[in-house]
Ligand binder design. Structure first.
Ligand code: TXA
Ligand code: MG
Length: 298
């Protein structure tokens, strides 16, 4: 297994190589955010359309300070380092490959100590999408990353604490807009910036209806056992995801989806999560995991 140390990862990143990196949300497929070639390698590995821009990961971002308004400062003070991504006006020196040609850039400062060590050693901002193939389930352990990218050097930082991706808030317009619910609950953001609009004015890339998808079909049902029984009676191989408190549901969600895929389950019947805190993100991922695939009917 190509597990590497933070020092080795930093050296590879400086040499424009991609590296698997733990964060507090999910593992990232990191590359120098200043190198168009390294970013191109990430798109190739993921099989991601070039119009889906990447998040720039920073220790702190002095370059962003010039484009940060009061809302951004308040949020950075409250939530960085942590699982909040801010969409800010783009700065001119960033490669087009990073921003997908958008006039904005998404930035976050991860809290995971290993991610921070690698950022410090590399001395570079790092572009890092989740370390999975496009449209699939995000990885929450080093093993998940290696299962998809066996040749990729990966730093093992243990299982991710949150288990779902960062919250993405667009601050490039007059009203803060939630582009992706995530590990920071929207109600906490609202305490600092007032009402947050759900969804962007432009269709946010990566908010495709079908995303975060296991191979199995995913059905969300209030009565998990009844729905599972009904589907079993029709001959499907069915597994269930019972309701859990939001944090626990989020932390284990992607690992469970991967395990069930590995077991050859055909339908996953999931209980909806309580819609508070990170529960909004859990329900969003369950919905996307289930979209675009024929759920068994009848
Ligand atoms: O928790 C996370 O955010 C993880 C870890 C690795 O940090 N990263 C992650 O990256 O989830 P990714 O690439 O899987 O998702 C980034 C999302 C995509 O939906 C992308 O389209 C959106 O951020 N995005 C990036 N730049 C944007 C921009 N300028 N405007 C709107 N959306 C943007
Ligand atoms: Mg992703």
């Amino acid at each position: 297994m190509p597990l590497v140390s933070p020092a080795e990862a930093a050296r590879l990143l400086q040499g424009e190589q991609p590296v698997g990196l733990p964060t507090e949300t999910v593992y990232g497929l990191a590359a120098s955010g200043l190198s168009a070639a390294a970013i191109a390698a990430v798109y190739r590995l993921k099989g991601r359309p070039p119009t889906h821009p990447l998040i720039l990961h920073v220790l702190d971002d002095p370059d962003a300070h010039a484009v940060m308004d009061d809302r951004a400062w308040a949020l950075v003070a409250a939530f960085w380092p942590g699982p909040l991504t801010l969409v800010l006006p783009r700065r001119p020196h960033l490669p087009d490959a990073l921003t997908g040609g958008f006039p904005t850039v998404a930035v976050r400062s991860p809290a995971h100590p290993v991610a921070r060590e690698v950022l410090a050693r590399a001395g570079l901002p790092l572009a890092a999408p989740s370390a999975n193939r496009f449209g699939r389930v995000s990885p929450t352990t080093a093993g998940h990353v290696l299962a998809e990218f066996p040749e990729l050097p990966v730093v093992d930082g243990g299982p991710c604490a949150h288990g779902v991706e960062s919250t993405i808030l667009d601050l490039s317009g007059p009203e803060p807009a939630l582009l992706r619910p995530g590990a920071v609950p929207v109600e906490e953001l609202e305490r600092h910036v007032g009402p947050v609009r759900l969804g962007g004015s432009t269709p946010a890339p990566g908010t495709l209806p079908s995303h975060y998808a296991p191979r199995a079909a995913v059905v969300v049902a209030e009565d998990v056992e009844a729905e599972a029984q009904r589907l079993r009676a029709r001959g499907y191989r069915v597994a269930t995801l019972p309701a859990l408190p939001p944090e626990a549901y989020a932390r284990g969600l992607y690992a469970r989806l991967r395990e069930l895929d590995a077991q050859g389950v055909e339908v996953i019947v999931a209980a909806p999560c309580e819609a508070r805190g990170v529960g909004l993100a859990v329900n969003d991922r369950l919905r996307r995991a289930g979209a675009g695939r024929e759920p068994p009917i009848g």
